[in-house]
Design a protein around this ligand. Structure first.
Ligand code: ATP
Length: 320
């Protein structure tokens, strides 16, 4: 098979760069024709992959699968290119990031690159799993989808509550690497927490003040295994919407750690609903809350509010 391997050298504090040569070597030894792509930025990586997957149109050799060596951000880049230029080409995942939440949800091996590559090789001979693809579209002032903007894609969880604010903080940090960034970000956010002015409408039902947690889950975890939407299923055609109303700092500090195990969903301030279409809207700041954070997903910033989140059911083939 011809495989395009997109390496994110920055992922996992350099783990992507370290494991890539061994991964590519094993794939070649197994008889695959591998082209390794390494950009120094997201834009460069996307351009390299676009060139590779659009070669067939110019009479070149078609790519049979794209493999992301990186974290959820690396997968996000590959996903955007595949969606736009080669929607039928399956995506393989070699988890080499800090959080690796999609790989966790798919029960892929996370640690030893030899085991990971062996798993990837085996998955190449099985039919791909068709996963629901999360779509985010900014809304215009009239409340309708702004058709002048391109849709944004995600596989894990789209958020606009405390988890998005923590994500924004973690992304802005240069150090430490890995999961402890999220903890530091959480501590910094908790100190000044006063709720966010955000409201959620799920399949037409207004869920009201959602000033603490707004998580729209296609899959279940964020931040390296925090089970924010513990019952989310990647191929059920539905979004698991997990929200919590505005609460004080002390209550938030006692409830939020339960996200690690997923047991927050049984707390009275938390509501979970399943929906197909979810509008995340700025709320008038009547309670002295902070402006809502921008919508984040797969560890990346997506767009400002208001925005509509929905799914394309079983739209993305993934090797798992
Ligand atoms: N192919 C790429 N080449 C260069 N930079 C990339 C590429 N893909 C993503 N990036 C950038 O690198 C950052 C980190 O990527 P990634 O998410 O893969 O690693 P991580 O943050 O260590 O893992 P995780 O998201 O699973 O916690 C992304 O936020 C993005 O800005």
């Amino acid at each position: 098979m011809r495989l395009a391997v997109l390496v994110n050298p920055r992922s996992g504090g350099g783990r992507g760069a370290r494991v890539a040569p061994g991964v590519v070597g094993m794939l070649r030894e197994a008889g695959h024709d591998v082209v390794e792509l390494r950009g120094s930025s997201v834009a460069e990586a996307a351009a390299l992959l676009t060139r590779e997957v659009t070669r067939p149109a110019a009479g070149g050799v078609p790519v049979d699968a794209v493999v992301s060596v990186g974290g959820d951000g690396g997968i996000h880049v590959a996903l955007g290119v595949l969606r736009e230029h080669a929607p039928g080409v399956p995506l393989g995942i070699l988890a080499a990031g800090s959080g690796n939440d999609l790989a966790r949800s798919l029960d892929l091996p996370l640690r030893d690159p030899v085991t990971q590559t062996a798993h990837l090789l085996a998955s190449l001979s099985r039919p791909a799993r068709m996963l629901d693809l999360g779509r985010v579209r900014p809304l215009g002032p009239d409340g309708a989808v702004d058709e002048t903007r391109e849709p944004l894609w995600f596989l894990n969880v789209a958020s606009a509550g405390v988890d998005a604010a923590v994500n924004a903080r973690a992304n802005a940090m240069r150090r430490p690497r890995g999961k402890s960034r999220y903890l530091l970000g959480l501590a910094a956010e908790l100190v000044r927490f006063r709720g966010y002015a955000v409201r959620v409408v799920a399949d037409g039902a207004d869920l009201g003040d959602c000033g603490t947690i707004v998580a729209v889950g296609n899959s279940r975890s964020i931040g390296g295994g925090m089970l924010i939407a513990p019952a989310a299923n990647l191929s059920d055609g539905l979004l698991d919407v997990v929200v919590a109303r505005t609460v004080g700092r002390a209550l938030l500090a006692s409830v939020f750690p339960r996200v690690y195990s997923g047991s927050h969903v049984t707390h009275p301030i938390v509501r979970v609903v399943r929906a197909r279409t979810v509008d995340v809207l700025p709320d008038p700041d009547v309670l002295g809350r902070a402006p809502a954070p921008r919508l984040h997903a797969d560890g990346e910033e997506l767009c400002e509010l208001p925005a509509r989140v929905d799914l394309l059911p079983r739209a993305i083939p993934v090797l798992a």
